[in-house]
Design a protein around this ligand. Structure first.
Ligand SMILES: [Mg+2]
Length: 114
């Protein structure tokens, strides 16, 4: 998955509107959190057996909220000059140690309870 054209489009969208001036880590983090809450609202009060139908009926809205989350996350990564693939690799390596396969496969326990 090459995200370069997508990241360029996000950057151009922002530059055309001169919005970079508003992009500081505090506000981008708040915006990211708000968008996550909007995604959560799509599922609010739904029972487990209602989720499949909820997703089918609200797919476009769910996709839009996920896109909002990704856009703010990419802005935050850019402002903080984070090498996202390297950060993910590093975090996965850390998680492999916290969640060894032999203890965590097939269960959802937190690493402190393994
Ligand atoms: Mg939104």
């Amino acid at each position: 998955m090459d995200l370069t054209p997508t990241l360029d489009a996000i950057r151009v969208f922002c530059e055309e509107r001169d919005w970079r001036q508003f992009h500081n880590p505090k506000d981008l983090t708040a915006a990211l959190s708000i968008e996550v809450a909007e995604l959560m609202e799509c599922f609010l009060w739904k029972k487990a057996d209602e989720l499949t139908l909820t997703i089918e009926q609200n797919r476009s809205n769910i996709e839009a909220e996920i896109a909002d989350i990704a856009i703010y996350l990419f802005h935050l990564v850019e402002v903080l000059q984070i090498d996202l693939p390297a950060a993910i690799d590093h975090k996965l390596e850390h998680n492999r140690k916290k969640y060894p396969i032999e203890k965590s496969r097939g269960n959802a326990k937190k690493y402190t309870d393994l």
